[in-house]
Design a protein around this ligand. Structure first.
Ligand SMILES: [Zn+2]
Ligand SMILES: [Zn+2]
Length: 136
């Protein structure tokens, strides 16, 4: 196997940050994409989530997403047919429960690794762009 082929099948876990073979990553339940975290981390996360679910869930019927403010009816099905409208969000470092989010918002936070500095930059970036458009 050439070096290129070797590196192509490797993937970095976004939780433990280890470079692992792609086979160590399971697929998303609703799509063909491999999960960003390895099986071991996913397993660990699953257990953490389950315990928090028991303690804090399910959210009240009139729950709205704290980020996009959509209601249960508006976010139903957005995570795929198999999943409910809400996903439990928790701090991966302190393991504390944070809240119930809709799937798109939860994925959005995941894309920035829950990094407030990145989110702040994203906010400034978007604002700047709007300014730009105003002056066009
Ligand atoms: Zn991992
Ligand atoms: Zn949302």
């Amino acid at each position: 196997m050439s070096e290129v082929e070797m590196s192509r099948s490797m993937k970095k876990c976004n939780k433990c940050l280890q470079e692992l073979d792609e086979s160590e990553f399971s697929f998303h339940s609703a799509s063909n994409y491999r999960r960003p975290e390895c099986k071991k981390c996913n397993n660990k996360l699953g257990k953490e989530r389950k315990a928090l679910h028991k303690k804090y869930g399910p959210p009240p019927k009139d729950h709205t997403c704290p980020i996009c403010l959509r209601t249960e009816g508006q976010v139903q099905g957005l995570g795929g047919k198999k999943l409910g409208p809400w996903t439990l969000d928790h701090d991966h470092i302190t393991k504390d429960f944070r809240g119930w989010l809709c799937h798109p918002c939860n994925r959005g936070l995941g894309a920035y690794q829950d990094d407030v500095r990145k989110l702040e930059r994203a906010k400034l970036y978007l604002r700047k762009k709007k300014w730009w458009q105003l002056w066009k």
